[in-house]
Ligand binder design. Structure first.
Ligand code: ATR
Length: 273
């Protein structure tokens, strides 16, 4: 009998680490599955999904730039996907329906709390950026009961929209980078795309509290400038988002296979490559 097949869909997709990660999880949990990557033309996401259904694919991860398109096409949305406004995990059910979930937020939270052993409760959190990624991570962070969560963004209106969207769950605040002067935070999460240009957002000096931690949602070269800057600014630790990548994959794997993989060995393996 043919193995159950899974895929990651994106554009670009060549450098995706998802196949390596899921194959490592499959080996670890002794599951016979196939996991590949597929480049989807920018205007053909819906067509690709129909094709996957005809191929009998069991599930797919969705990455940039299709997470919002995936949100639109699914038949069922998890609560996390609903709040995120985006889907990164598709499950193709036997009755032809497609379920959509979003594991990015839980991936970040588990990397922070399990891999890095950080407690969020009572902490002052600052988020740089207000794009799709931020919308996806807010709920799991809020549920840990931080003392405050502030979102700063170049385009202030986008930060304000997120404050409004989550108003029923938490009293978030928003502001400009300049408004950070004189304020202190215990955890700073970089969700801007500036790292791709080797740059860091214009955060004023002195915002890291004692023992503060900096976390970049990006990993690899894109996270280097922020991590270096955070160290110079006195952050006790600066982490990249590789653990989040592995943890979001683990949560997807668990949705599909009913097994929660062990992540640290896979994170160590990716760092060794
Ligand atoms: P994602 O889906 O990963 O969140 P995105 O929606 O493109 O990506 O968001 C990118 C984030 O980086 C935004 O918060 C963006 O700020 P704007 O909303 O003002 O565009 C931020 N960003 C990108 N380039 C920036 C720059 N040069 N200076 C400051 N912020 C920048």
């Amino acid at each position: 009998m043919k193995n159950d097949s899974y895929l990651v869909l994106g554009n670009p997709i060549a450098h995706s680490k998802s196949p390596l990660i899921h194959r490592a999880f499959a080996e670890q949990s002794q599951q016979d599955i196939d996991y590949d990557k597929r480049l989807v033309p920018l205007d053909s996401f819906a067509e690709c999904i129909r094709q996957l259904q005809s191929e009998g694919i069991k599930g797919a991860n969705v990455t940039v730039p299709f997470k919002e398109a995936a949100f639109q096409i699914v038949d069922e949305l998890s609560n996390a996907a609903q709040l995120a406004g985006a889907v990164n995990t598709l499950s193709f059910q036997d009755d032809g329906r497609i379920a959509g979930d979003n594991t990015d937020g839980i991936g970040l939270l588990r990397d922070l709390t399990k891999n890095h052993k950080l407690s969020i409760k009572g902490k002052r959190i600052l988020i740089l950026g207000a794009g799709g990624a931020v919308r996806g991570i807010l709920k799991p962070l809020i549920e840990q009961r931080p003392s405050q969560v502030m979102i700063v963004n170049r385009t202030l209106s986008k930060a304000e929209e997120l404050v409004t969207l989550f108003a029923g769950l938490f009293d978030l605040s928003s502001g400009s980078f300049e408004s950070l002067v004189g304020r202190k935070f215990d955890l700073m999460i970089n969700a801007t795309s500036l790292g791709l240009q080797g740059k860091v957002a214009p955060v004023p000096d002195g915002v890291f509290a004692d023992n503060a931690v900096a976390y970049d949602l990006m990993y690899g070269d894109g996270s280097k400038a922020f991590q270096q800057w955070a160290g110079q600014q006195g952050a006790k630790q600066a982490y990249d988002g590789l653990g989040m990548l592995v943890q979001q994959a683990a949560a997807s794997f668990s949705i599909w296979r009913g097994v929660q993989p062990e992540t640290q060995a896979v994170i160590d393996y990716l760092r060794s490559l």
